[in-house]
Design a protein around this ligand. Sequence first.
Ligand code: ADP
Length: 445
Amino acid sequence: MDESPLSQSQPRNTLDGTRPLPQTGDLRRSFALLRRQAERLQRILEISQILTSTYDLEELLQIILAAATELTKTEAASILLLSEGGTELRFAATTGRDREKLMALRVPVENSLAGTILRSGEPMVFDNVQQDPRHFDGVDKKVAFESRSLLGVPLLMRDRPVGVLEALNKTDNTVFSEEDGQVMMTLAAQAAVAIENARLVTALQKAYEQLNRVDQIKSDFIAIASHELRTPLGLILGYAAMLKEDVQNPETTEQLDVVMNSALRLRDLIDDMVNVQHIEEGKAKLVLSEFAVQDVVKQVVQAVSELYTTKEQEMLISLPAQPLQVKADRDKITLVLNNLLTNAIKFTDPRGRIMISAERQNGDMQVHVADTGIGIPAREIERIFDRFYQVEPHLTRQHGGLGLGLAIAKGMVELHGGKIWVESVEGLGSRFSFSVPIGGPKAVP
Ligand code: ADP
């Protein structure tokens, strides 16, 4: 490649360290060159700014090619990328009229100038393309274009050549300069980043679509399974209740109780699935009423009393002396509290302690359920409110459950315009809290 005109005209230092005074002509040429370089840099900077404003790969590559022809003063420019097999290059973008035709063409890596540049991994200039035995004439033949001179630089991704940026035919019929090479290298680096970004965005989009599909399958499964399970379960519960009334034998009555309790447990699990589905689909609606939170706490503690007394756990309740009135969906708040409390009991060893408290915080009602249980590892905290998420791996699980209780609680609290959170230390215990506005959910503007 030609040496840069700027370096040719640069005055050299003399042996004693002084510089000879430049001649006026030299100075003028140096200034002109400097100004041209400054203009090119300015243009490259402008292009970089445009490039960061869009992720549309085609648009980005066209901007890069337009800059390449403009800055190197050439008739055409193209970007060729290595195909998957690594034996061919295909046009990823090109200037000019015959775009469609070019895009359909394949250029062999073996025996083409683009392939030669790709393999060398270095910028290369071909001043007389037609005379070069490595020239692949399959392109010129297909389109109304004759390549005369060519400057090509490799596109590097993580130091690996993956394609070539080419500028063709100097418009003023001069030869390519070192400056042209530098401009092209800068543009090639930008093209490589744009291509890599586009690849990442496409991969991310694909992964996201796949995730959505899987999520949809999961939602469909929940909807179908809960619907199909409900009917036979209703029958089991109905017949078990009928039989219980008829039988006199205490042993059979006891066995029927086991059947009924198991069926009721199943019904709770199915209800959880339906609840989570409703939240997901935005079908869950609030039925607001005014009530004192103390009443709900007492009701839920009463409902779970068998669970914690069996484990000989201590239940401490700390509530305001005055009724803490709140406008909310009582059933849903009951469900939230029930889920938090049954978890606290489940994940706390026998003879551990559970503490419930409620208070008014500005315009919110805040409820806390603390325990001295197994706690939650810090890295898991973010995920425990996700559907079906359980800290224990399912194959070695010691505690039952579907992993829906907290997702439902979160959905219900958020429906009220509230928040739910947890503080926990692994091995020491957890404190789950939620808050909802006392006056009911704020109207959506
Ligand atoms: P489930 O209790 O059915 O597994 P949840 O959604 O209620 O589902 O809880 C999700 C996970 O969060 C639990 O499996 C458990 O790992 C963790 N977790 C919930 N509450 C507690 C708690 N009080 N102490 C320790 N871990 C808890």
